[in-house]
Write a protein that binds this ligand. Structure first.
Ligand SMILES: Nc1nc2c(ncn2[C@@H]2O[C@H](COP(=O)(O)OP(=O)(O)OP(=O)(O)O)[C@@H](O)[C@H]2O)c(=O)[nH]1
Ligand SMILES: [Mg+2]
Length: 436
């Protein structure tokens, strides 16, 4: 399904080949291509734009990694961002609490509700060893009940129907009672669809939801309808507050836009995708795997991850050398703070400095703690940063004034800096002695 998008994205990364690093200028062309590719895949303008903004920001903030080319770096960034766009982690069904679990299936006519109900019953039966009960609540077309019956025989699951009963709420409630007496642990409620959203259908499905209090209300949507799918999802969600989305007909001639934008628009996870009319054709939705498929470049992604690790290790090694030689300066200190902030987790970084991991294991530190410190360091001259011994009384006064702090704070930072420098030196000395 994503073939076209895949080609277009690969093409857009090629533009970046050969360049030394990602800059505002050389990334502009690539971003333009990515945006076009997304729009052509039927992703909405708004989603495509914010996606590209996000990618740009990440791309420009990247370290220059010697081991990878900018095009590869960009592939990795777009890959991760695609996975994030689609929700990041896979979200399973919420099957908790007292049995039987109730799963309500809603959606427009022909979206694939009845087919999905059958597929889900088979999946729960074969993969989770459950005993599902299919329930036919589409009372308007006799053929609908017949369709579900055929499916239930095909997959060997039980079915609950009430021929002649025109009250879907009633049927659903009776089905749950039936499930309790017969020992079914999950009830799948198939409902009637309409050609377009109409009030009667919405209030009916809402009434069934209120009466049965489902564990999961799943919204089924035909991915071939592209941006309409996203709009329908939005309307259903406003009314029904569903728990997850099922994308059907991904095997057809779909450009994938719905899969890419639905999550960003309705903020509900895609839980299943179905690609085919066979009862086995149902999969849990894995954003990362889909992103892998779109970029088809698993090896590049792991290459970049490795290079990133190496970069961090190299930095840590350089730092350790400086500490050992007592050459650790305010510049190093400052760039450490930037690193830490970028990584978002001070402990991760400190843990890379040999001997430091344990020392700060139980300390709580957050980004805002660095604000005053950064201001003070920025108010030092380059010479002062490289040679802290220059910092006499009058210089300290100037720095306090320049950074909007007080002399006490400046003194405290310098003292802390000296102390930790000594501490680090001792620790690394101990380590070296041990090694010898
Ligand atoms: N190719 C393909 N066809 C599908 C898929 N899911 C459902 N269909 C077909 O789409 C058509 C409609 O599916 P149904 O399951 O009957 O849809 P529904 O939502 O129950 O429709 P109503 O009950 O009329 O509202 C049927 O012909 C299905 O075989 C899919 O993943 N891929
Ligand atoms: Mg149906």
């Amino acid at each position: 399904m994503f073939e076209n998008l895949i080609d277009r994205l690969e093409q857009s990364f090629k533009v970046l080949k050969g360049e030394g690093r990602i800059t505002e200028i050389n990334v502009a062309e690539t971003l333009k291509d990515i945006r076009k590719a997304l729009l052509d895949a039927d992703v909405s303008y708004k989603v495509a734009k914010s996606f590209c903004d996000e990618v740009k920001q990440k791309a420009l903030g990247q370290n220059v990694l010697k081991a990878v080319r900018p095009g590869q770096m960009m592939t990795k960034i777009v890959h991760d961002e695609l996975a994030l766009l689609m929700g990041g982690e896979a979200v399973d069904l919420n099957l908790k609490g007292p049995k039987p679990f109730i799963i309500l299936v809603a959606g427009l006519q022909g979206s694939g509700k009845t087919t999905f109900s059958g597929k889900l019953a088979l999946l729960l039966k074969s993969k989770k060893s459950m005993r599902p009960l299919l329930t036919a609540c589409d009372v308007y077309r006799p053929a609908a009940i017949e369709q579900l019956k055929v499916l239930s025989t095909q997959i060997g699951a039980d079915i609950y129907t009430e021929e002649g009963n025109m009250q879907p709420v009633n049927i659903a409630k009776n089905a749950i009672k039936h499930a309790k007496t017969m020992g079914h642990d999950v009830v799948i409620v198939d409902t009637a669809g309409r050609l377009a959203i109409d009030e009667q259908m919405m209030s009916e499905i809402k009434a069934i939801k209120d009466a049965t209090k489902p564990n999961e209300t799943l919204f089924v949507v035909d991915s071939m309808t592209g941006q309409d799918a996203v709009e329908t999802a939005r309307t259903f969600n406003e009314r029904l507050d569903f728990d997850g989305v099922v994308l059907t007909k991904l095997d057809g001639d779909t450009r994938g836009g719905a899969a890419l934008s639905i999550r960003a628009v309705v903020h509900k996870p895609i839980k299943f995708v179905s690609a085919g009319e066979k009862m086995e054709a149902l999969d849990l939705f894995h954003p990362k795997r889909i992103a892998d498929r779109i970029l088809g470049m698993g090896d590049i992604v792991s290459l970049v991850e490795k290079a990133q690790e190496q970069f961090d290790e190299e930095e840590a090694r350089k730092l350790q050398k400086k500490i050992a030689k007592d050459q650790f300066t305010f510049n190093d200190f400052y760039s450490q703070i930037q690193q830490i902030k970028k990584m978002g987790n001070i402990k991760d970084l400190a843990a890379m400095i040999p001997g430091m991991g344990k020392a700060i294991k139980n300390v709580d530190i957050d980004d805002s703690a660095f604000k005053g410190v950064e201001a003070i360091i920025m108010s030092m001259t380059p010479a002062e940063r490289e040679q802290p011994s220059l910092l006499n009384g009058s210089r300290r006064k100037r720095i306090a004034l320049g950074s909007g702090t007080t002399i006490v704070e400046v003194n405290r930072l310098i003292k802390q800096f000296d102390d930790s420098r000594k501490l680090m030196k001792n620790m690394s000395g101990m380590k070296m002695a041990k090694r010898k």
